[in-house]
Design a protein around this ligand. Sequence first.
Ligand code: ZN
Length: 388
Amino acid sequence: MRPGLGRRLKQQAIEIAFPRAAGSEGNERARRIVRDRLVEAGLRVEEQSFSYDLKRAFRAIRWTLRGAAVAVGFSAALAANRPGVASLALVAGILGGAVLLCWAPGAEKLYAADGPTSTANVIGRRPASGRRRKTLVVLAHYDSKSQNLTFPWRMGATILAIVGTGGLALCLLFRMLPVEIELPALVGQVGGALAGIALVMLSTLRNENRSPGGIDNAGSVALLLELARELPDSIPPDIELLLLSPSAEEDHMVGAMRWLSRNLATERAGGAEIVAINLDGAGSPGRAVAMQWFGFGQRFGPTIIRAAREASTALSIPMRRIWLPPAVGVDAIPFVHRGIECVTFSSGSLGRETMAVHSAKDVANNLCERSLENVYRLVHETARRLTT
Ligand SMILES: [Zn+2]
């Protein structure tokens, strides 16, 4: 007997849940599995290799964080006696940090050059028959990574940097405004010092290859492969269907950027609209999730969100809509930067399984069959609604 959908999705995820950072031997092995499954699904499959160098981007991030740490520390030291100079230093530090928080389209230039890391995107295509009415891209990155700082440390340091800087800013503000309230100078000094330490800690962040990437992103790849088998029969024939598994998402979304810069003009020729559905973190235990906003109030894809909400109601699968905080990346962002609606579907909340992401503990066993199944059904129905 064929196992149930949730069980089958989890089994498929287990097959690729081993360390597979871009450029590694595991990465090649995972790529071959994804390619073979897409071929078996009857799609026209292509691999597009590329190389890149992350050093420039890492250097830029490291020095921006250290610069911000120095500015905030300097401001804290001067807060009691020279509030004017301290405020200027703080503003400089905040502006420096803010540059890092936004994935500005211009920042993509940092990754444009070839380099020592080689990997490939895998694409399965069901061509439209006759005139192409619309293109639907469904994507899920197959690479994984671990980091020297685990999720709780990264999140803790980020919160400490924000709260500490906020405390210092309030102190300075009260000092300079003609109001009676005054916060003890110590609040600003301690806040600034803690923020500085947190920023220095964040500047030591490194990518490694110890994560089997269960939640991030084997579960989603399993969904992609199941959709590759299922969608060609359930969406109209005049829809061009692309099942894309980018690599190097964990390296600042380089794979998605490369796929877009190499293929977008061709896919756009003929004028058919393109919509994209991204899968990332699906199968983390808990409610289905759709990412609605990112950065500072930017929207991922209002049309897709509308279809997803209708699908959620029709199927009685509860769905939470969330905001992706600044400085967190997903493959949907380079799509949106090019004017293509792209919504990321995921599941779960800040539980143990999500905390294990980007560490050796992100094993396939953390995946929940029911959550996998719910996200699958939600995405399938959303795709159907977007293309009929
Ligand atoms: Zn991911």
